[in-house]
Design a protein around this ligand. Structure first.
Ligand SMILES: [Cu+2]
Length: 371
C-alpha cells in the first residue's frame, strides 16, 4: 500500500480523490461460496494465461526484431504461405481457448443448477428497494437503504458501509442451498452479491432463478447491477448469513411480528399514533420521489403538500396509494405495505407540512378498498 502510494504520488496522480486510494483493492472480493470460489479461480487462471501469452508473443517479437536487425547484416526474406506456421497459429490459440472455455462452461452450468434447494426466496426489485419473500414460510418484507440522508447530502461524515446498508437484510442459514427466484415490478434490476458469486437480472414479467450456498457466517454486501433509474445507487443488497439455530430464531421472531401485525390491522388507531408511524413509512417508501418536505420535484414527482388528492376525499387518496397510477412512476403500494402502514402513510400525508385535514385513516378503510 505504501509503495503503491509512493508510485501513485510520483505519477502525479494524488489529485484523485482520497477514498479511491484508501479503498484501493486489487482482485475480486474474497469468495464465500463454492461458485464464487470457482469464479475467482477462473479469473486467476485466465489472467495468468493472458500474462503467459503476453510474455511469449512480445518476447518472440522483440527477440526477432533485435536478432534480425538490419544493422547486424540481415536482409528481409520474401515468402508466402508456410503451412507449418499457419497450422501452429491456428491450433495453439484453439487449444488455449478450449482450455479456458472448458472450466468456464462447467462453472456456468453449476451456476444455473438450482435443483434441490434447501430454501427458496423470491426476490422482487422495485424502484428502489428489494422485497424478500420466503415462499415456504409465508414471511415477506421490504429491504430499503438505511444510510441516513445527512450522509448522502454531505451534512454528516460517511459511515463505514455508506450506501451498502439496509434496514432489513436477507437472512439465510449457513451451508444451505438457497434458491433465489428473481423478478421485478417496474424496470429491470439485477441482484448482485459478489462474495457469494450471484448476479442475476430481475426482469418484469419473468422469473429467473439463481442460487448460492454461503460457506461462512457473516454479512455480505452487494448492489443493484442494472441501471434502473434515479436511485439505482441507493438500493443495496445485504445478506446476513446465520447459523442454523440463529436463522430459526430469526424466522420465529419474524413470524411472531407478522402475527402481531395481522392482529393490529383490526384495531382503531389514534391520529397521533398513525402520523408518527406514517412519517417512518413515508421516509422509507415515498420521500425518494415526493421528497421529505412533501414538495416533490417539479415536473417529475408531484408535491403532496397542498395536493388536491391529499386534501380531497380520502377514498381517492387511499386508492392512488393502493393501486398506483398505471403508466407512471407512482407504483401500487398495496402489494408492498400492510393495511396499517398504508393507513399510517395516508394519514401522515393528510396531516403533514401544510396539510391539516385532521383526519385519521384507519386500516379497515384501506382493507375495504383493496381489490
Ligand atoms: Cu435497481
Amino acid at each position: 500500500m505504501k509503495a503503491f502510494r509512493t508510485l501513485w504520488a510520483s505519477a502525479g496522480l494524488l489529485w484523485l480523490p482520497g477514498p479511491a486510494l484508501s479503498a484501493w483493492q486489487l482482485n475480486l472480493p474474497v469468495p464465500r461460496s463454492e461458485i464464487a470460489r470457482q469464479i475467482h479461480d477462473l479469473h486467476t487462471l485466465i489472467l495468468w494465461v493472458c500474462v503467459g501469452i503476453f510474455v511469449v508473443v512480445f518476447g518472440v517479437m522483440f527477440y526477432a526484431l533485435w536478432r534480425h536487425r538490419k544493422a547486424a547484416g540481415h536482409a528481409a526474406r520474401h515468402f508466402h504461405e508456410n503451412t507449418a506456421v499457419e497450422v501452429a497459429w491456428t491450433a495453439i490459440p484453439f487449444l488455449i481457448l478450449v482450455g479456458m472455455a472448458w472450466p468456464a462452461t462447467r462453472t456456468i452450468l453449476a451456476q444455473k443448477d438450482t435443483s434441490d434447494p434447501d430454501l427458496t426466496v423470491k426476490v422482487t426489485g422495485y424502484q428502489w428497494k428489494w422485497e424478500y419473500d420466503y415462499l415456504q414460510e409465508g414471511v415477506k418484507y421490504l429491504s430499503v437503504l438505511a444510510t441516513p440522508r445527512e450522509q448522502i447530502e454531505n451534512r454528516a461524515a460517511k459511515g463505514e458501509h455508506y450506501l451498502l446498508e439496509v434496514d432489513e437484510p436477507l437472512v439465510v442459514p449457513v451451508g444451505r442451498k438457497v434458491r433465489v427466484l428473481l423478478t421485478a415490478n417496474d424496470v429491470i434490476h439485477a441482484w448482485w452479491v459478489p462474495a457469494l458469486g450471484v448476479k442475476q437480472d430481475a426482469i418484469p414479467g419473468f422469473i429467473r432463478d439463481t442460487w448460492f450456498r454461503a460457506a461462512a457466517v457473516g454479512t455480505y454486501r452487494g448492489q443493484c447491477a442494472e441501471l434502473c433509474g434515479r436511485d439505482h445507487a441507493f438500493m443495496p443488497i445485504v445478506v446476513e448469513v446465520k447459523s442454523e439455530a440463529d436463522y430459526r430464531a430469526w424466522l420465529a421472531d419474524r413470524k411472531a411480528k407478522l402475527a402481531a401485525a395481522a392482529a393490529e390491522a383490526g384495531k382503531a388507531f389514534g391520529l397521533d399514533e398513525l402520523k408518527a408511524r406514517g412519517e417512518k413509512v413515508y421516509a422509507a417508501n415515498c420521500a425518494a420521489c415526493h421528497q421529505p418536505d412533501g414538495k416533490g420535484i417539479p415536473g417529475v414527482f408531484p408535491a403532496v403538500d397542498g395536493s388536491k388528492v391529499a386534501l380531497g376525499p380520502r377514498q381517492g387518496h387511499i386508492e392512488v396509494v393502493l393501486h398506483g397510477r398505471p403508466g407512471t412512476a407512482m407504483a401500487a403500494f398495496g402489494p408492498q405495505l400492510s393495511d396499517v402502514d398504508l393507513a399510517a402513510v395516508v394519514t401522515y400525508q393528510r396531516n403533514a407540512w401544510g396539510n391539516r385535514t385532521g383526519e385519521a385513516v384507519q386500516p379497515a378503510e384501506v382493507r375495504a378498498l383493496r381489490k
